[in-house]
Ligand binder design. Structure first.
Ligand code: FAD
Length: 459
């Protein structure tokens, strides 16, 4: 610090205004802390974070409008007649912008009523008790007692593929492309691939692994792959992209190299933590080889600094970030608090959707836990049939303790049901606890009941 730069004293400094950062700020204010939250804004963030601006909300908005359009075609066989349905993506962008403004405004007013000071600027740590924030009106210096880091991620750019679009570009597009190549069949690639296919784009998905979303149970992803193929999507699994030249993508796999042409090329091969520009070493914070912050089970990187969300290990999901944030703030306030969820639910918003929580059959086998697996087909579920969908529910139950260890589903609307599985895990429920619970008819939730009934009847 140079003579003349007078730092402002800060009790709890929160860096990043996404689900991790704003949840932390609100919980800390509830606990009586004076909080200053800094967010740099820009193309990939702002109050609400990547989730609100370029992630969860805009992607689900696009998925929703694409599905509404697709239903006008898919439900023709059920008698739905719509003349000249069309999607105007320029109008969609205005609607999406309004949604973001409404939700972001809600978070800003919560922060304001909690007395949180919000600074718009890019922060870097200068040492273990001070930081500099570059704002539009100059640099502000802060002298902090404790800090919580929730700076999230940005799309990973591979140099040879740098000319391609990111998910952020796709979510901002104003015209529907006639064709698209999607590099990476992780959840972002599959969600955006489904939305584009429903909008009428000819989609090719290129994935280096032998199957799509390789970390998810293959029985579930099999349903999604078949449904996407029915929408006209081509999958090139076991293929890698060698290079991109304008609208031409060169891919290599068994059988050698081939060239694909597309109006849009989306590279969705992961995200890079924004921890490289923060000067974290000066704040006594250690990073692992992937740039993630090393924390203990109370989310503390050291006794005065916590980190949460996409910048720490675990699934990069908004609800995981906010759950960690509560734990981190309580730990910084000296309260006993640990992040020990029995399961973090995960949803892939394809059609059908995948929703999963807890141990899969394969994970239980790796951990040498003896389990009983129950299944129910959603092909026989009345509500699924009226939704024009099928799918399945799979439950994993510990043989010795009879505890439910995992719930894994593929089907329409299953995103809305997975919290039942998360609750069952947290409550240490047995199959009988759920089968004794009346599930409404006709709903997709009956599939959970049926899958667990099959476990009860096996015993
Ligand atoms: C296309 C897409 C779809 C997604 N869909 C889902 C979904 O359906 N469900 C789900 O749970 N998750 C989804 N995610 C993931 C979700 O967005 C993240 O897990 C979540 O946003 C992480 O929250 P966070 O608080 O850790 O970080 P972020 O939300 O990334 O927030 C970090 C904030 O830090 C700020 N920042 C960064 N560096 C600095 C700095 N130096 N100084 C000041 N501020 C800084 C940024 O401006 C940003 O606002 C999706 C992501 C993408 C990209």
């Amino acid at each position: 610090m140079v003579v003349g730069e007078i730092p402002d004293p800060v009790d709890l400094l929160v860096v990043g205004g996404g689900p991790g950062g704003y949840t932390a700020a609100l919980r800390a204010a509830e606990l009586g802390r004076k909080v200053t939250l800094v967010d740099r804004g820009g193309d990939e963030g702002g109050i609400g974070g990547a989730c609100l601006w370029v992630g969860c909300i805009p992607s689900k908005a696009l998925i929703e409008v694409a599905d509404a359009y697709h239903q006008t075609i898919a439900m023709r066989r059920a008698g739905l007649e719509v003349d000249a349905a069309a999607v105007n993506l320029a109008t969609f962008q205005t609607w999406k912008g309004d949604l973001i403004a409404q939700l972001g405004g809600g978070v800003e007013s919560l922060l304001a009523s909690a007395g949180v000071e919000v600074i718009s600027g890019r922060l870097r740590f200068t040492n273990g008790e001070s930081a500099a924030v570059d704002t539009s009106t100059g640099t502000r210096f802060l002298n902090w007692k404790q800090a919580l880091i929730a700076v999230g991620t940005r799309p990973s750019i591979i140099a040879s593929l740098a000319s391609a679009s990111t998910s952020t570009d796709i979510l901002a597009m104003k015209e529907i492309p006639a064709s698209a190549v999607i590099v990476g069949a992780g959840y972002i690639g599959l969600e955006l691939g489904t939305a584009l296919a429903k909008l009428g784009t000819t989609v090719t998905v290129v994935e280096a692994a032998e199957r799509i979303a390789p970390t998810i149970d293959p029985q579930l992803t099999g349903h999604v792959r078949r449904a996407m193929e029915r929408m006209g999507v081509t999958f090139l699994t076991g293929h890698s992209v060698v290079g991109i030249d304008g609208r031409e993508v060169t891919v290599a796999g068994e059988g050698g190299e081939r060239k694909l042409n597309a109006d849009r090329i989306l590279v969705a091969v992961g995200r890079t933590p924004n921890t490289d520009e923060l000067g974290l070493d000066r704040a006594g914070v250690k990073l692992d080889q992937g740039g993630l912050i090393e924390v203990d089970d109370s989310m503390l990187a050291n006794p005065r600094v916590a980190a949460v969300g996409d910048v720490v290990a675990g699934p990069a999901l908004a609800h995981k970030a906010s759950a960690e944030a509560v734990v981190a703030v309580e730990a910084l306030c000296g309260l006993p608090s640990k992040f020990e969820p029995r399961g973090i639910p995960m949803v892939v918003f394809t059609d059908p959707e995948i929703a999963s929580v807890g141990l899969t059959e394969a994970e239980a086998a790796e951990m040498q836990i003896d389990v009983v697996v129950g299944q129910a087909s959603l092909g026989a579920n009345g509500r699924s049939a009226t939704l024009g969908s099928d799918g399945m529910v799979k439950v994993v139950v510990d043989l010795a303790s009879e505890r439910i260890l995992g719930l894994h589903m593929v089907g329409r609307h299953v995103s809305e049901l997975v919290a039942e599985g998360a609750l069952a895990l947290e409550m240490i429920a047995t199959p009988q606890d759920v089968t004794n619970t009346i599930h409404p008819h006709p709903t997709v939730s009956e599939g959970i009941h049926h899958a667990l009934t099959s476990v009860v009847s096996k015993r």
